[in-house]
Design a protein around this ligand. Structure first.
Ligand code: NAD
Length: 306
């Protein structure tokens, strides 16, 4: 099969001045995409700003023969970032929401500022950039959007109440963008990456950082952003070259009312708890409709009298 290219595609990668975002921007740029390298250039806690990070990546893409421009706005100024794509390249086809910061503290020590800043950059920022890009993608009948979550969002993580909440919020946002985008050929998928970056350099030994280079995540993001990839609403955990799709799983469930006229008590729930939590013969419901449908089906089968 032919190699994948992104000729005539315009990609915006947020937080592309370093780490994973830089990896995404370099790969997309090397495959022909015109890239907007967005980066505020602050530190991992969201303090400070500088144009250096974005400029350096733009230079790398250009010196390898690619096309790129820098944007130094915060993702909180989503309109400006998309405007940079439109002014320079006329359209926007691919959006990788990647920018992020950390303000780790245990729950009781998490200040309002720690909570708000993390939400503003990750969740609100991704919303604002995506909202700005969506109408352009809708009009042209093509779009590929990536949201970035984390296993900390999926499973929780000590000291990351703010981050994990924002990161799981991004999965919800992604799922809804996927639903709203479906009929316009706008796909939206979520990645939970593992990457050796400044965000993880304190918690991983150097040899592991080397094994988790952004180059081993970027191909997954690139494939999800390609026009040949038709998957949407997916969640992919990836790092070090390993790629896996995640999904929800539910037990078959137990009707805790004997009949339409029976009371439901805490004791019935207690007495059925093992069955309620038993994943043997589990299901993978994939939508609101399927979930509501399965509840309605059980209700239909409920006896009228005990
Ligand atoms: P990184 O710190 O190397 O890169 C993040 C980039 O975002 C930085 O260049 C930073 O300047 C930029 N940025 C921060 N706030 C910004 C803002 N308001 N506007 C624009 N740019 C901003 O970190 P990374 O490890 O490459 O992380 C990239 C993404 O992947 C983040 O969303 C992070 O939460 C997520 N993630 C990373 C890992 C990992 O193992 N590295 C794991 C899970 C999730």
């Amino acid at each position: 099969m032919a190699p994948l290219n992104f000729h005539n595609k315009v990609a915006v990668v947020t937080g592309a001045g370093g780490g994973l975002g830089r990896g995404y921007a370099l790969l997309l740029g090397s495959r022909g995409a015109k890239v907007v390298v967005n980066d505020l250039g602050g530190d991992t806690k969201g303090e400070g700003k500088s144009s250096r990070a974005a400029d350096a990546v733009v230079e790398e893409i250009r010196s390898a023969g690619g096309t790129a421009v820098a944007n130094y706005d915060s993702v909180e100024d989503g309109e400006n970032i998309i405007q940079t794509a439109l002014e320079n390249f006329g359209h926007i086809d691919i959006l990788v929401n990647n920018a992020g910061i950390l303000r780790d503290r245990s729950l009781p020590r998490t200040s309002n500022t720690d909570w708000d800043l993390v939400h503003r950059v990750h969740l609100r920022g991704s919303f604002l950039v995506t909202r700005a890009a969506f109408p352009v993608m809708k009009k042209q009948g093509f779009g590929r959007i990536i949201m970035t979550t984390s296993t900390a969002g999926i499973f929780g993580n000590f000291g990351q109440a703010n981050y994990s909440a924002a990161k799981l919020g991004l999965l919800g946002l992604s799922n809804t963008v996927a639903i709203e985008g479906r009929k316009y050929n706008i796909n939206c998928n979520t990645v939970a990456p593992f990457g050796g970056t400044r965000m993880t350099e304190d918690i991983m030994p150097p040899d592991m950082l080397e094994e988790l280079k952004p180059e081993f995540v970027a191909p997954v993001v690139s494939w999800l952003c390609h026009e040949d990839c038709h998957d949407t609403g997916g969640l992919y955990v990836t790092g070090g070259g390993w790629v896996s799709k995640f999904r929800w799983e539910n037990t078959t469930g137990v009707m805790c009312r004997e009949s339409r006229v029976s009371a439901m008590t805490p004791e019935t729930v207690r007495d059925n708890w093992d069955k309620i939590c038993d994943f043997t013969n589990s299901e993978n419901l994939e939508s609101n409709e399927e979930t509501t449908g399965s509840i309605l089906e059980v209700l239909n089968n409920l006896k009228d009298t005990p």
